[in-house]
Design a binder for this molecule. Structure first.
Ligand code: ZN
Length: 71
């Protein structure tokens, strides 16, 4: 069985990822935040990073399984 570790680090230093005027519930964990994702939705940076890491991990594990199938 393969073991994979996926870490995602986003660069959210751009001011578009921060709205100091409005705290809204994070779309992932529902805790309020002033951070915004690339679409402008309220989201913690760490939540967005974890979300992408989970997607990459799932896709990667599926690929490993596919390549192990005997033909
Ligand atoms: Zn969050």
């Amino acid at each position: 069985m393969a073991s994979l570790l996926v870490r995602v680090r986003l660069d959210w230093s751009d001011s578009t990822h921060y709205d100091p005027d409005r705290s809204l519930p994070c779309r992932v964990c529902a805790t309020v935040t002033t951070m915004r994702d690339g679409r402008g939705d309220a989201c913690h940076q760490s939540c967005a990073e974890d979300e992408i890491a989970r997607e990459l991990l799932g896709a990667s594990l599926a690929r490993v399984v596919d390549e192990r199938v005997l033909r």
